[in-house]
Design a protein around this ligand. Sequence first.
Ligand SMILES: Nc1nc2c(c(=O)[nH]1)N[C@H]1C(S)=C(S)[C@@H](COP(=O)(O)O)O[C@H]1N2
Ligand SMILES: [Mo]
Length: 361
Amino acid sequence: MAGETATDTDHITREELQLATRNHGMPLEALRNEVTPIGLHYLLIHYDIPAVDPAAWRLEVCGRVRRPLTLTLDDVRARPSVTRPVTMECAGNGRARLEERPISQPWLLEAVGTGEWTGTPLAPLLDEAGLDDDAIEVVFAGADRGVEGGVEQSYERSLSVDDARRGEVLLAYELNGAPLPPQHGFPLRLLVPGWYGMTSVKWLERITAVDEPFAGYQQAHSYRFRRDPDEPGEPVTRIAPRSLMVPPGIPDFLTRRRFVLAGDCHLEGRAWSGWGPIERVEVSADGGATWWDATLADPATEYAWRAWTTTWHAGEPGEYELCCRATDAAGNVQPAQPEWNVGGYAVNAVHRVPVTVTERA
Ligand SMILES: Nc1nc2c(c(=O)[nH]1)N[C@H]1C(S)=C(S)[C@@H](COP(=O)(O)O)O[C@H]1N2
Ligand SMILES: [Mo]
């Protein structure tokens, strides 16, 4: 994340591989599931999964508040609860597709998943603590520690008071009907629907109201859009639109190239955006020269991906490049080519799937 890049697009480094084997993606065939099974949801863990004893664990709400709170896990679970599907995506998804690849977790396209999260809304808890009038941000601290950019730190991120108080923001303790697994933040995590995953702090143990902008590493240094490593850049916030397809046919083991039999081929996938509902998904079979509209399913819920389907008339044997691209209600469309920034964030270029159509036997 320090701004180092690699120009060898065919080979990743051993250090990138080390990160990639710890932080797995969602196999794209799991796009068939409206809710991603727990073991197939992507993972991103900057440091180590911390050891948390749920009996000794406490959540502190402190800082610029009138009534500091200390809650046990039972206290949190006794509060009003909601369950909702939320699509989460890592801000670095698509990074490894850049020429001049930022050296970090080398995601291609698979850093996404939709969990059915259960938790308690954050805003009423902030009200009970009583934010002081001079509180401008709320800082969320995880129990995990590490060194990044030469700085020893706990994983911490902040939200403005207004963003933290939005109704959809949850303190989540269950995923798909079971207690959070260790890798997803046991016993409690923040969940900020519509925002890139770095916002949703796992292994949450402290919520601090502050009267000046939080300047921690993950806020002021990482997760900023920069053209030049020395500029301050703009913060990475909500999820840019993306559509992905279930790769059709069967794969070649090593290259993952797809083989499809000539004839009508069912295509399906899902699309999402943090800037408004998905309004359109288009599909191309000629690398993006011509497009047709896919059929959208009814919108599931506000913060979950939307399914799409279409039929591709794969008439003639030969080489094809399937593509899909989404448009959201705010008018954002996925670009044809990846757009570079120092951290490799929000690289949401159209999904391209090389396919060989073969004769029926
Ligand atoms: N405490 C803590 N929270 C964290 C992280 C982390 O390393 N530590 N990673 C963040 C990032 S970058 C992402 S993309 C999401 C990933 O959540 P998941 O692993 O449950 O999919 O968690 C976020 N919350
Ligand atoms: Mo991430």
